[in-house]
Design a protein. Sequence first.
Length: 67
Amino acid sequence: MSPALMKMWVSLASMGFMFLSIILIYLSRYKLKAGILKGFTAVIAYLLMIISGIIIVLVVFSGPTSS
């Protein structure tokens, strides 16, 4: 697999993490009533958002690939 294709899959996975974190944040704020479950989903959602942001920054600043 070429480096450009690998970067594409990594950034696509990062966007998937962002989408999943949006769903989890929505669930924790508006749908869940239990305190522990609400807090757990919020922590997971924010961790996924932070991880995906770091991955996107690394992919963008790693520069173009030459293949």
